[in-house]
Write a protein that binds this ligand. Structure first.
Ligand code: SF4
Length: 253
């Protein structure tokens, strides 16, 4: 079973190897998953049909005020937070007031938890929007998804209708990016981003982007498509070694 959607605006703190002690912030409306991607490995299950058409104008998006207030209250009762991470039920940059939310959260963080980094987990599909790109640069850390370097793998694994070129170009323009790359496959090879060709194309994209670092990992929770399998750690290390050979920092989680 996939994990339940986050019910509130704030969740955790969650402790993870990648992000330390992180307070999660969910910007999606009404405990719904809203995402431009439909990743076969998504821990929140499949993306509902046409979530964007209905949701971008949905009046139930949480307001910047309510989000800032929820984070403020959570920080008032919690200490030892390493990060405040925008993530939650889907793609956080889809919130129509994303830029305003980032500015509000910077103020809350500065007042309540100066030591905490303001971070995001994003699928990098909205970077053509200048307001989103500008807001992302106001965050301390950008963890951006890149599991594929070719259109076919992007479509099969991430359920994304965009071309890979637009995603790579958006990431190239963004400074100081950490790429998050998940590797998985099924027994029949219907979805597989670990083939030589898929990894070769992905590596070419990584080299073009020149990220600060690449986080390499595999599925950890039940995926939306149950046939997907974990990739052995040795294989992940081989993938990371190729990234390091290109002079880019890579860490296996
Ligand atoms: S981008 Fe994230 S939230 Fe969206 S479908 Fe993929 S894994 Fe799920």
């Amino acid at each position: 079973m996939s994990i339940p959607l986050q019910a509130g605006l704030v969740y955790g703190p969650v402790k993870s190897r990648r992000l330390g002690v992180s307070l999660g912030v969910n910007l999606a409306p009404d405990a719904r998953k809203v995402c431009t991607f439909n990743c076969a490995y998504c821990q929140y299950g499949w993306t509902p049909p046409d979530p964007l058409g209905a949701s971008v104008v949905d009046e139930n998006w949480p307001t910047p005020d309510s989000i800032a207030e929820a984070v403020d209250q959570a920080l008032a009762r919690t200490s030892g937070i390493d990060r405040i991470t925008l993530a939650g039920n889907g793609e956080p940059t889809l919130h129509p007031d994303f830029h305003d939310i980032v500015e509000r959260l910077r103020l809350v963080r500065n007042r309540r938890a100066r030591y905490a980094r303001l971070a995001i987990l994003s699928n990098a599909s909205t970077l053509a929007d200048a307001s989103v790109a500008a807001a992302l640069m106001r965050l301390d850390e950008r963890y951006m998804k890149l599991d594929a370097g070719d259109d076919v793998t992007l479509r099969k694994l991430n359920g994304c209708g965009m071309g890979i070129e637009a995603i790579v170009e958006g990431l190239r323009r963004l400074p100081d990016v950490t790429l998050q790359a998940l590797f998985t496959r099924d027994a029949q090879g219907k979805i597989d981003n670990t083939t030589e060709a898929a990894i070769g194309a992905w590596l070419t994209a990584v080299v073009r982007i020149r990220p600060t670092a690449v986080h390499v990992y595999t599925i950890d929770r039940d995926p939306a498509w149950k046939e997907l399998q974990k990739v052995p750690r040795e294989e992940l290390q081989q993938i990371a070694a190729k990234v390091k050979q290109a002079g880019i920092r890579a860490v296996v989680f």
